[in-house]
Design a binder for this molecule. Structure first.
Ligand SMILES: [Zn+2]
Length: 282
């Protein structure tokens, strides 16, 4: 469906943030020291929720990383953060400090105050520039990432024991699992566009040729079985309460493929429930 402008912006921001976190995780795979990694912890303090992008429990230190995938030019002025065009955004350093305070309090409360806490604001996008940046060692710019990693690798951490594991478990126990459906814009089955789209470029301009879906925009080919199973997963994700049956899938695929083919796949890959025209698959 066509998203409202604010939803579209929100979606793009989430996607960009997610890409940044993946970039960061890939980078962290180069760490040689032992550590427990907890990603996307959602904690609550005085009814305020805090999302911690990445938390590493090492020998004597808890590292907290706030990861930003900002692109292009930004500037700072009097402790405030702006895009190059002058639009003020939340200062990520404030966010970092607030989260750090919370982590300190939490460790104290759980009986782990002997751990040091180190917080870093990591900018992962190589195109990012911050004018008038403060000389703050908590900020790691893209050009400093490799050196930062080397520095981390020099801090010994090789004897993690039950105490570290228990801390990890206790943090997970206070983690407020987020309900992803709550953040979605409202949608209905009727309001969504039907039909296959390209797995690679998301174009709806698809032709069926010799049991393959061919994208008219990028030329990508997808086996019909793969495409159909992908569509079934979509329906299950978007409408968890909708029974999967031949008619539903025929409609969802915009009648591109025959009911006979759909039924054959459903029988092969899913378990039938019910009888006759009430038959559905799980
Ligand atoms: Zn395509």
């Amino acid at each position: 469906m066509e998203l409202a402008e604010t939803d579209k912006q929100n979606y793009l921001n989430l996607e960009k943030g997610f890409e940044g976190e993946i970039k960061f995780d890939v980078l962290m795979e180069n760490l040689q020291q032992e550590r427990l990694i907890l990603n996307d912890l959602l904690l609550e303090k005085n009814t305020t929720k805090f999302q911690l992008d990445s938390l590493h429990i090492a020998q004597e230190t808890v590292y907290h990383f706030e990861v930003k995938n900002f692109e292009g030019d930004y500037y700072m002025e009097k402790d405030r953060f702006y895009t190059y065009s002058g639009k003020e955004i939340l200062n990520p350093l404030h966010q970092l400090r607030r989260s750090e305070t919370l982590i300190h309090q939490l460790l104290q409360q759980l009986g782990y105050s002997s751990f040091q806490v180190e917080s870093y604001l990591i900018f992962v996008n190589p195109t990012f520039t911050l004018y008038q940046a403060p000389k703050n060692p908590s900020i790691i710019f893209p050009t400093q990432l490799q050196r930062f990693l080397l520095k981390m690798n020099r801090v010994p951490s090789s004897n993690l024991n039950y105490r570290h594991t228990r801390l990890g478990e206790e943090l997970l126990a206070v983690h407020r699992g987020d309900d992803p459906y709550k953040r979605l814009p409202a949608y209905s089955y009727e309001g969504l566009r039907k039909g296959f789209y390209c797995d690679l470029c998301y174009s709806f301009k698809i032709a069926l040729k010799e049991r393959k879906l061919v994208c008219m925009d990028c030329g990508c080919k997808e086996d019909i079985t793969h495409a159909l199973l992908r569509s079934i997963q979509e329906v299950k994700l978007l409408f968890p309460n909708l029974p999967i049956c031949t008619n539903t899938m025929h409609d969802w695929c915009n009648m591109t493929i025959s009911k006979k083919t759909i039924l054959k796949h459903l029988k092969h890959y899913y378990v039938p429930k019910g009888y006759g025209k009430w038959m559905y698959f799980e």
